[in-house]
Design a protein. Sequence first.
Lengths: 321, 381
Amino acid sequence: MTLAKAITNGLDKVLASNDRAILMGEDIGRLGGVYRITEGLIDKYGAHRVIDSPLGEAGIVGGAVGMALRGHSPLVEIQFDGFVFPAFSQITTQLAKMHARSEGRLTVPVVIRIPYGGGIGSIEHHSESPEALFVHTAGLRVITPSNAHDAYWMIQQAAECKDPVIYLEPKRRYWLKGEVDTEAPALDAFKAQIVHPGEDATIVAYGPLVPIALAAAEAAREDGRSVEVIDLRSLSPIDFDTITESVQKTGRLIITHEAPTFGGLGGEIAARISERAFLSLEAPVLRVGGFHMPYPISKVESQYLPDIDKLLEALDRSFAY
Amino acid sequence: MPRAATEATDQDLIQILTPEGQRLPNETYDSYLGDVDDDMLRGFYRDMALTRRFDQEATALQRQGQLCLWVPLRGQEAAQIGSGRATRPKDYIFPTYREHGVALTRNVSFSEMLRLFRGISGGGWDPRENNFHMYTMVLAAQLPHAAGYGMAINLEQHGWDEAKRAEQGDAVLTYFGDGSSTEGETHESMVFANSFDAPVVYFCQNNQWAISVPFEVQSKVPLVTRAAGYGMPGIRVDGNDVLAVLAVTRWAMEHARSGKGPVLIEAVTYRLGAHTTADDPTKYRQSEEELAWAPKDPLIRMETYLRESNIVDEAFFEQLERDGNAMAAQVRKDAMAFPVPPLSKSFEQVYAEAHPLVQEELQWHLDYEAGFADEAGQGEK
């Protein structure tokens, strides 16, 4: 099953099991969304539960907040990463803060699905990785699956969570196929998972870069290096225990994400791991991420994005210490 | 039936009580005032007077350094009491941050309302108790919430006929001002609510000033005319006339409740005081303007009407003054006695479910504070 289809099936299960669940977004009904993630759901659940909204991201997210205040569980779709910003005020000033503002009385269990990341040869605003902006906002949870099994289960876990959840969908992996065990739930959505065990270095990746980190680990093995790969899965909260344990074993840490390194999650992980595992570190924590620039034109995006070679180069630098 | 005017004139302004305190007959709206007896009339005046007294006390508390900020509403009492009294308990209200009078109509305690402004709480009261939402500080951010809330009502009341909805259905009343009328979220909210016939009444208190910028900068046309652009009825009402406001809001709530979609009400009023206690109106508006609005005060006209109709006597006003002073004294006492919640409480309110980072930081905070307790015998309890 593709990762995309796994999300579709996960949403189907959410709608079937919770009659208070509502989907809303631009073009998600008849069309099934620009990536067809909601395809078929309007026929099954009706236009009153799979709502084609007018164009207006603040209206979509703000509307979802209102629905949640009435006791419903909306899961909304933002069409592309770069189009989330008109909703940014609603997300950061309203959705994230409602629980705290009400002294814990109100909950707003809204899920915001956002296809994110580059590598698809697209135009401006269609390839961005804005996760750090949401991670920096207390009150939000941010998760991202890297494979079909996780995608299927994590969307359901997001829907069950009482807190607002930003569910980032690695759009260039929508067509990545994988086994989905619909009987065995995935790990807790807010935990990291070791997807490739190793002894000599740790690579932390998430979403679209997990397959690349795995490939880099394979390539490194040919150089006699045993690399552990952690799929972070949850970007807020971050499962620092899993990373710390790994680094205490390997002594080397490389964090990779498509988002610019400056002010990104890699810096936060590096700082925390330096505090937690300082004496275990054989080398500085290194980051492999995007440059400090607007996401580049697609003809040169391959030079911008982290890839296997950049990870191998970082491993070389780490082992040079 | 009210129409969505393309050009509003003073003739379009619904007025039942003139500034001189004369009650005018109104073919369309008198039927919405059929139950308004002397008791209710006295009640409306009392609501407005108590709201004004509360506002005065809160302003004083801020001047004395006891509140972080206060948002005065003097001049807007009729718009707030009239509209608030037009709702049913199950209706949900999304206020801005100035709806102290509406809060009174929903039985939110004045004392509790000061928790926000005293820095004791980010909200202050439990919105579930009175279906009166917390104040929203980001202008217009509550309007999309109102649209979504209304859409959710439609979902629940899907399949109900008009009569059943009119009788048992819920509706949303949401407030905004001439200032926030220009925000993008106002537009998005109105588009969403209209596209889905959500039962939402948009109540704009046009108090003529968005802090220092006059209404003319917010809109080239009377605000009510925007209703036509969204396909909803628009009503322009004298916001200083509690009876007219009550009548039109009752009409609008009935319209929305019965599934016919949203309504825009523009209540024409005037902010007699400052925008907030941090504001200085002398820098941007002329006292002539304030003097021109002063006789249109909502309390003055109601008082004239009540006196000339022999609905009240002097004792009524004397009693009201005593009650107002007692309320103000109690509010002051309560506000000064609010216990300050420890910061550790704030950690618990960030997320509804367990969050390892918050737990870790809470532990650090408690350990750190405990270090001072060892030295000074105090710290966070």
